[in-house]
Design a protein around this ligand. Structure first.
Ligand SMILES: [Fe+2]
Length: 422
């Protein structure tokens, strides 16, 4: 990126990308075919007929020249607070390379105008017109037990060797975690600690009051229901934390006991059914915080949050549901009975076979699932009939998505086509 201080904008004959001080690649076949100043910003016409509008302040704020972005840290140096409240543009034009060049109005009398150049691929990717934001929007792939499921295997499945040894295998595993919220990994060595080694392909695991990893076995003096042989209703883990871990990895070392099958529910699918069939219960559970708590000799962790969290547009952000971590309801009197009724209704969908998958983990297999979305449970098992030993750990979404972006960055630097992790 150059900052031109002269009054003349030079013609740009370079076709290569402009340095936007961004390590991600934004390849595009699209070219800018027209640019003009209009209504306090720039209207950009693309060669596929699309049109983008960028406000002057947005363009000025995103200038990537060495004065506006730190050349090494790549962080913003431009100080919005010190810029004129009304930023003007003198001229906008398309370069011969199909990029955008903007000359702003002088910020103070006598100042030279600031000139910014914007790479077409970067600009297309960051366009915030309605059509572009709709194209970029990510939607989870919903599933249930009736066929609206990821392929014939119902649960996306990846091979241990591919995940551990190849970028493509790792990307496939993480993409399934992100989009389907659940993925089965097969054919790993059935060794204790293997789940943590697999998690290491992403980054540091998220520690909790149960440690960096935990063993799901039947114990004589359990401090949690998971450490008993009883069945576990579908639940999300650590609902009592302000920010529960995002992804859970559950690795099977041994599963020889009778019973002990796993239960999985796409909480977004079940909650959508609640929204459709019982909007009153849905409204209550998505707006009224309820209390969750875990206590043992070493901690007492509490949080209050709605069972269903929505974003500003009503899309699902998270499900928080765990019967043994639910604390005494502390609500206005009039809401107590309706809340119990709503919880029972949601729970009914979580128990409904229409929404449940019931895989049985074998030694050397691992389930990874989105703990903010997919509820997991377990059929009861008889510890006298054989060994059952799972090991669990957690990963946060930031690191999962970051790893995916880095894999994509590496793929792009090797010249492969973009698949589009968000
Ligand atoms: Fe659990």
């Amino acid at each position: 990126m150059l900052t031109m201080t002269g009054s003349e904008i030079p013609s740009d004959t370079r076709a290569e990308a402009i340095d936007m001080r961004d390590l991600a690649a934004y390849p595009t076949d699209r070219r800018i075919v027209g640019a003009r100043c209009e209504e306090g910003g720039v209207i950009v016409d693309w060669d596929d007929g699309r049109q983008s509008r960028f406000h002057a302040v947005w363009l000025r704020d995103n200038c990537a020249c060495s004065a506006c972005r730190h050349p090494q840290a790549m962080e913003r140096q431009f100080l919005l607070i010190d810029a004129p409240e009304r930023i003007t543009i003198q001229e906008a034009q398309t370069t011969l390379g199909g990029h955008l060049l903007v000359r702003f109005g002088a910020e103070r009398p006598g100042d030279a105008p600031h000139v910014s150049r914007f790479d077409a691929g970067w600009l297309r990717h960051h366009c915030y017109s309605d059509w572009a934001r709709a194209e970029r929007a990510w939607h989870p792939r919903s599933w249930n037990a009736l066929g609206n499921s990821p392929g014939t295997a119902l649960i996306p499945t990846v091979e241990y060797k591919a995940v551990m040894e190849t970028d493509a295998g790792l990307a496939e595993w993480l993409t399934a975690m992100r989009d389907w919220g659940v993925v089965l990994l097969r054919n790993a060595p059935a060794e204790p600690g293997e789940g943590l080694r697999i998690a290491g392909r992403v980054g540091p695991v998220r520690p909790t009051n149960f440690g960096t990893s935990y063993d799901v076995v039947s114990m004589p003096n359990p401090n949690a229901s998971a450490y008993t042989p009883i069945g576990l209703e579908p639940h999300t883990d650590l609902a009592n934390w302000r920010w529960p871990p995002d992804f859970q990895l559950l690795f099977c070392v041994a599963n020889e006991a009778e019973g002990g099958g796993s239960i999985l529910v796409d909480g977004f699918s079940a909650a959508e059914e609640l929204r459709r069939c019982d909007p009153e219960a849905f409204d209550l559970l998505s707006t009224q915080p309820i209390d969750f708590r875990f206590q043992d000799e070493t901690c007492d962790i509490r949080h209050r949050a709605p069972a269903i969290e929505l974003d500003h547009a009503g899309a699902f952000k998270s499900i928080r549901f765990n019967n043994w971590l639910r604390a005494a309801l502390d609500l206005p009197e009039a809401k107590v009975e309706p809340t119990y009724r709503a919880l029972r209704t949601l729970w009914g969908y979580l128990r409904d076979p229409r929404f449940q998958l019931r895989p049985r983990l074998a030694a050397g297999e691992m389930l990874a699932f989105d703990n903010a979305r997919v509820l997991h449970g377990r059929e009861p098992f008889d510890p006298n009939t054989g060994r059952r030993h799972l090991q669990g750990c957690y990963l946060d979404r930031d690191l999962v998505l970051s790893r995916l972006r880095l894999l994509e960055r590496r793929r792009m630097s090797e010249g492969e086509p973009k698949s589009g992790p968000r």
